[in-house]
Design a protein around this ligand. Structure first.
Ligand code: ARG
Length: 459
C-alpha cells in the first residue's frame, strides 16, 4: 500500500516494521478530537481564502460523514496508515476524492496531534473534576451523619487524641478540594491552541491561528511555533495532578482497609464493593480499596515514564513523543474509574459506632487533656507533661485507664487536680473542647461541614 508520505521512498517497510511504528492501535481514541480539529482548520482555510468555499464545503461534508461512520463503528483503521491523522486523511480522500488531500494545507501532523491532545485532555479534565465532586459529596454525606461519632486519632499509628469521625473524613474532602483546584488551574495552560504551528516553523500560507483557536474554544494560541509542537508539559501537569489525587485516594484506601479489619472493626465495606475468597468461606476482602491503592503506582509510573521520555529530546518534534499517549489514556481511565468506585464505596460503607466508641474509651488518648488542665492552672506545660506521663505509668502498672484511677493518685501527682478532671477526661469533652479554628471540636466540625456544603453547591 502506498503511503500518504511515500513520494521520496523507493521501498516500503515490511508489515512488522509498520506495526511497530504505528500508533493507530491506541490513538484512534482521538478520532472525535481529530475530526473536530480538522473541521476548524478547514473552516479557517476557507475564511482566509486559502481554499475556495466549494472545496471547503466538500471537505467539511466528508469529515462529517467520517464522524458519523466513526460513531457507527464503520471505520476500519489500518496499521499501514500509521496513526489516526493519516487514517482519517486517507478515509477522507476515499470519501470525496483527491480534494480531500487539500485538508492538510498549512498544517502538519505535529500541530495536529498536539491540538487533538489539548482537546482530549480539556474534556477529560472536566469529567474528572465532576467525579472528584461526586466523591466529595459522598464524604460530606457520611461526615454529616457522624459529627458526634468519635474515633481515635492516630500519629505514628499510635492512639493520639480522639477526634470526630466527621473531622477525619473531611480531611479528605479538603485534600480533594486542592486536587480539584489543581485540575481547574491546569485548564489555563490546557486551553491554548497549538494549531497552525505547522511542523515546527509556522507556514507560508496566510492562516489565521486565532480564528481556528476560537472555533475550537481555546482561549489563546501558543506564542511560539516550536514550543507548540515540542512540549508535552500539559500532559505532565495532568499526570502530576493525577498522581497527587491518587496518592490521596490511596491513603484513604489504606485506612478503609485497616478500619475494616478484624483488629479495628470501625467500618464495614458494603458487600457490593467487597469480594470473597475462593478457599476461605469466612472472608470478605476490601478488594476495591486495595486495587485503587495498587493503581496509584501505575499512575506514578505514567508520570515518570513521560518525564523520562522527554528529558533528553532536542526541539522540536521527535517520534519518541508518540509515547505520550498510552500513559495519558491509561491515567484518565484509572482516575475516573477509581473516583467513581470510591464515591460508591464511601456512600455505602457502614460505620460501627460501638467499636469506635469502645476504642476511644479504652486508651490513653485523653492524656493531653490532663496536661492542658495543669497548664491552665499555671503549671509550665513541660512540667505538666512530666506529671501526666508519670500518672499514665501508674495507670499502666495498675492495668487501668486514666478515668479508672482513684482521685488520690491524682492528688498525689499534683495538688492542682480537682474532682472535675473526671469530666475533663471524658472523650466527648476531650473532642468538644478542641474548638480552635479547623480543630475537631464539634462546633468547628459543624462549621466545616457548612463550608464544605457551600463549596459543593457553588461548583
Ligand atoms: N502519531 C504521531 C504521534 O503520536 C503523530 C505525529 C507524527 N508526526 C510525525 N512527524 N511523524 O506523535
Amino acid at each position: 500500500m502506498t503511503k500518504l508520505w511515500g513520494g521520496r521512498f523507493t521501498k516500503t517497510a515490511e508489515e512488522w516494521v509498520d506495526a511497530f511504528g504505528a500508533s493507530i492501535g491506541f490513538d484512534q481514541k482521538l478520532v472525535d478530537e481529530d475530526i473536530e480539529g480538522s473541521l476548524a482548520h478547514v473552516t479557517m482555510l476557507g475564511k482566509c481564502k486559502i481554499l475556495p468555499d466549494d472545496e471547503v464545503d466538500l471537505i467539511k461534508g466528508g469529515l462529517l460523514t467520517l464522524r458519523e461512520k466513526a460513531k457507527a463503528g464503520q471505520l476500519e483503521f489500518s496499521v499501514q496508515n500509521e496513526d489516526i491523522h493519516l487514517n482519517l486523511e486517507k478515509f477522507l480522500i476515499d470519501e470525496i476524492g483527491p480534494v480531500g488531500g487539500k485538508l492538510h494545507t498549512g498544517r502538519s501532523r505535529n500541530d495536529q496531534v498536539a491540538t487533538d491532545m489539548h482537546l482530549y485532555l480539556r474534556n477529560q479534565t472536566k469529567e474528572i473534576m465532576t467525579a472528584v465532586k461526586k466523591l466529595q459529596e459522598a464524604l460530606v454525606k457520611q461526615a454529616s451523619e457522624h459529627v458526634e461519632t468519635m474515633i481515635p486519632g492516630y500519629t505514628h499509628l499510635q492512639r493520639a487524641q480522639p477526634v470526630s469521625f466527621a473531622h477525619h473524613l473531611l480531611a479528605y474532602f479538603w485534600m480533594l478540594e486542592r486536587d480539584y483546584g489543581r485540575l481547574e488551574d491546569s485548564q489555563k495552560r490546557l486551553n491554548i491552541s497549538p494549531l497552525g504551528a505547522g511542523a515546527l516553523a509556522g507556514t507560508t500560507f496566510p492562516i489565521d491561528r486565532h480564528y481556528s483557536a476560537e472555533l475550537l474554544g481555546f482561549e489563546g494560541i501558543y506564542e511560539n511555533s516550536i514550543d507548540a509542537v515540542s512540549d508535552r508539559d500539559f500532559i505532565i501537569e495532568f499526570l502530576a495532578s493525577s498522581s497527587t489525587l491518587m496518592m490521596h485516594l490511596s491513603r484513604l484506601c489504606e485506612e478503609l482497609i485497616l478500619w475494616s479489619s478484624q483488629e479495628f472493626q470501625f467500618i464495614e465495606i458494603d458487600d457490593a464493593f467487597a469480594t470473597g475468597s475462593s478457599i476461605m468461606p469466612q472472608k470478605k476482602n476490601p478488594d476495591m480499596a486495595e486495587l485503587i491503592r495498587g493503581k496509584t503506582g501505575r499512575v506514578y509510573g505514567n508520570l515518570f515514564s513521560l518525564l523520562t521520555t522527554l528529558k533528553g529530546l532536542p526541539l522540536a518534534y521527535n517520534k519518541d513523543m508518540q509515547e505520550d499517549k498510552e500513559g495519558m489514556f491509561d491515567t484518565v481511565e484509572t482516575v475516573k474509574g477509581s473516583l467513581l468506585i470510591f464515591a460508591g464505596m464511601i456512600e455505602t460503607m457502614s460505620v460501627r459506632h460501638e467499636t469506635m466508641e469502645k476504642a476511644v474509651n479504652q486508651d490513653f488518648s485523653n492524656a493531653t487533656e490532663l496536661a492542658d488542665y495543669l497548664a491552665t492552672k499555671g503549671m509550665p506545660f513541660r512540667q505538666a507533661h512530666e506529671v501526666v506521663g508519670k500518672l499514665v505509668l501508674v495507670a499502666i502498672q495498675k492495668g487501668v485507664f486514666l478515668l479508672d484511677l482513684p482521685f488520690t493518685d491524682y492528688v498525689e501527682a499534683s495538688q492542682l487536680f480537682e474532682e472535675d478532671i473526671f469530666d475533663v477526661l471524658q472523650p466527648k469533652n476531650v473532642v468538644a473542647r478542641r474548638n480552635s479554628a479547623g480543630g475537631t471540636g464539634f462546633e468547628q466540625v459543624k462549621i466545616a461541614l457548612l463550608k464544605a456544603e457551600e463549596l459543593l453547591n457553588k461548583a
